[in-house]
Design a protein around this ligand. Structure first.
Ligand SMILES: [Zn+2]
Ligand SMILES: [Zn+2]
Ligand SMILES: [Zn+2]
Ligand SMILES: [Zn+2]
Length: 205
């Protein structure tokens, strides 16, 4: 059949192109490996000075130098891709570690102490820093993240909004016009349709 012939030609062409792409990727990867080998002494020197080295999810080298505590966006020293890490000091053992992007509780890798993402958020957010008095005037609750749907996970960090569950930055956070809980989702029409946490006016019949 004609279609089969075309299919065979097309797939040969495609196979060839895929193998060309693979060859380029392989070359690129070996270049990145070389860069990593060259800068590794510098990375280890940074670690000696107190930085935590994090693995890049693009090039897979341990080449992100995380210095600051709290959420910080860094550029990979090998492939320059940007990623946010959350460096935190364990309250139980005072050692630093990188928090996992997960909802709920996680363990300190040094002493196995358990903590929730809101325990970690309290250390770095405007909400966590509020005195009980200010919290009465201002809303000190954490917002719901529209990316990962985790409730009480988004806090204010340096005028931006960071989800301590999935480690995503959000540019806006508003209040649901029906239940007034905080969300990074679109608050337009929330009076009628509600938000992640309520059904809105429409459900009232
Ligand atoms: Zn990288
Ligand atoms: Zn610990
Ligand atoms: Zn999230
Ligand atoms: Zn609501």
């Amino acid at each position: 059949m004609l279609a089969d012939q075309w299919g065979a030609i097309f797939s040969d062409e495609l196979t060839l192109r895929i193998s060309q792409i693979n060859a380029v990727m392989k070359q690129h990867r070996s270049h990145l490996d070389t860069v990593y080998a060259e800068i590794r002494p510098d990375l280890l020197a940074e670690e000696q000075k107190g930085a935590v080295l994090a693995r890049c999810w693009i090039c897979e080298h341990e080449a992100h130098v995380v210095v600051a505590k709290g959420p910080e966006e860094t550029a990979c020293k090998v492939c320059t891709s940007r990623e946010t890490f959350l460096r935190h000091t364990c309250e139980a053992c005072a050692e630093d570690f990188l928090a996992e992007p997960v909802a709920g509780s996680q363990q300190c890798p040094h002493c196995s102490a358990a903590m929730s993402h809101t325990d970690i958020a309290d250390a770095y957010t405007d909400e966590g820093a509020m005195s009980p008095h200010d919290a009465l005037i201002d809303d000190a609750s954490y917002g719901c993240c529209v990316e990962c749907s985790t409730l009480e996970s988004v806090g204010t960090v340096a005028d931006r909004f960071f989800c301590f569950s999935c480690h995503t930055w959000h540019e806006t956070m508003g209040h649901c016009e029906w239940c007034s809980s905080k969300t990074t989702g679109d608050v337009e029409d929330t009076y009628w349709n509600g938000c992640e946490q309520c059904e809105g006016r429409a459900a009232q019949g």
